[in-house]
Design a protein around this ligand. Structure first.
Ligand code: IPM
Ligand code: MN
Length: 345
C-alpha cells in the first residue's frame, strides 16, 4: 500500500482551524489503499515568541523529506512585519525552489461580489515564485535621516523567467481554450519586461496551438473586473502575481475560496499548498473562518501528486456545497464536515 507523507504547518491565527478541516477532507477523499501520514511542524508566531526561531535549518531539512506540505497561514500582529513572511514563508518558497505559484480562479455558484453570475470565469495565474522584487535584493542608506535612500531591486534571470514561462505554456496547451496572457509593465520596466517578453515570444514559437496575448499590469486589473472571461492562463512576475491574485480572489467570490500551490515541478523538493488568505487574527479562534480555500488547496495538492480523480471530487464537492448554501452562517467545522461528507457520498 502506498503512503502520502504530508508535512503540516498550521501556522498562525485561523491557519490552525482551516488546516484541521483541510485534513479532514483529505482523509475522507483518499482511496483506501493510500495511507495518510502527517507530521505537524510548530512554526509561526508562537514558536518565534517562545524560542526566537522562524525556521531552523534542521527543520527545513526534515520538511524536505515529505511528499508535500500543507500550510495554513503565517503572520501575527505581535511579530514585527517581515520576520515570519521572510523568515518562514518566503524561506520555504525559495529553499524548495517553488518557482510556480499556481493560483486558479473560478466563479463558483451562489457567490456574491461584482462578477456574480458570470459563468465563464475560469482562469489560472502562474505567478513566478522565486525572483522579482521578493529576493531581498535591496538596501538602505542613511536610514532615518531626511536623506534616506532605499532600494528593492527586482531580480529576473533568464533561467528563472524561462522555466516559469515554459510551465505556463505547458499548462495553457493542456487546457481546452489554450490561451496564455503575459502580464508585465514592459512600457516602463524595460529591462525586466524586455527579458519576460523576449522569453515569452521565444517559447511561444514552440506552442503554435496556444493563442498568446500581452497586457500591462494596470490594464490587466481593469480586465479582471470588466472582462474576466477573456483570461485562461496568465503568467506574470512575483509581485504583479501577488497583487493580481488578491484581486482575482476578491472578484470571484472572495478570499475565502482562493487556493494556491507553491510548486516545484521538478520534484526535487516538496511542493507546498496554502490558501491565498492570511491568518486573519481578528476572527481567529472563533470558528468563523471559511476552510474552503484550504480544502481547494488540498485538491491542488492531490492533483500535483497524481490523484486527479480525488482532486476533482473535492472541486465538485465545493461546487455542490456552495450551490446548496442558503445564506445562514456556518462554522469552520460545519463547512469542513459538509465537504467531507460530500466527497465520501
Ligand atoms: C501571498 C502573501 C505573501 C506574498 C506574503 C505573506 C509574504 O501575500 O502568499 O500572497 O506576498 O507572497
Ligand atoms: Mn498575497
Amino acid at each position: 500500500s502506498r503512503t502520502l507523507d504530508l508535512a503540516v504547518i498550521p501556522g498562525d491565527g485561523i491557519g490552525q482551524e482551516v488546516v484541521a478541516q483541510g485534513l479532514k477532507v483529505l482523509q475522507a477523499v483518499l482511496p483506501g489503499e493510500v495511507k495518510l501520514e502527517t507530521r505537524e511542524y510548530d512554526l509561526g508566531a508562537r514558536r518565534w515568541h517562545r524560542t526566537g526561531e522562524t525556521l531552523p535549518d534542521t527543520e527545513l531539512a526534515e520538511l524536505a523529506e515529505h511528499d508535500a506540505i500543507l500550510l495554513g497561514a503565517i503572520g501575527d500582529p505581535t511579530v514585527p512585519s517581515g520576520v515570519l513572511e521572510r523568515g518562514l514563508l518566503l524561506r520555504l518558497r525559495f529553499a524548495f525552489d517553488h518557482f510556480v505559484n499556481l493560483r486558479p480562479s473560478r466563479l463558483y455558484p451562489n457567490t456574491t461580489g461584482p462578477l456574480a453570475g458570470n459563468p465563464e470565469i475560469d482562469f489560472v495565474v502562474v505567478r513566478e515564485g522565486t525572483e522579482g522584487p521578493y529576493t531581498g535584493n535591496g538596501g538602505s542608506l542613511r536610514t532615518g535621516t531626511p536623506a534616506e535612500v532605499a532600494t528593492e531591486v527586482s531580480l529576473n534571470t533568464a533561467y528563472g523567467v524561462e522555466r516559469v514561462v515554459r510551465d505556463a505554456f505547458a499548462r495553457a496547451q493542456a487546457r481546452p481554450r489554450r490561451k496564455l496572457t503575459l502580464v508585465h509593465k514592459t512600457n516602463v520596466l524595460v529591462h525586466a519586461g524586455g527579458l519576460w517578453k523576449s522569453t515569452f515570444d521565444k517559447v511561444a514559437a514552440e506552442y503554435p496551438e496556444v493563442t498568446t496575448d500581452y497586457l500591462h499590469v494596470d490594464a490587466a486589473t481593469i480586465f479582471f473586473v470588466t472582462q474576466p472571461e477573456r483570461f485562461d492562463v496568465i503568467v506574470t512576475d512575483n509581485l504583479f502575481g501577488d497583487i493580481l491574485t488578491d484581486l482575482a480572489a476578491a472578484v470571484t467570490g472572495g478570499i475565502g475560496l482562493a487556493a494556491s500551490g507553491n510548486i516545484n515541478p521538478t520534484g526535487a523538493f516538496p511542493s507546498m499548498f496554502e490558501p491565498v488568505h492570511g491568518s486573519a487574527p481578528d476572527i481567529a479562534g472563533q470558528g468563523k473562518a471559511d476552510p474552503t480555500a484550504t480544502v481547494l488547496s488540498v485538491a491542488l495538492l492531490l492533483r500535483h501528486l497524481g490523484h486527479d480523480t480525488e482532486a476533482a471530487r473535492i472541486e465538485e464537492a465545493v461546487t455542490a456545497d456552495l450551490a446548496a448554501r442558503d445564506g445562514s452562517p456556518r462554522t469552520t467545522e460545519q463547512i469542513g464536515a459538509a465537504l467531507a461528507a460530500r466527497v465520501t457520498a
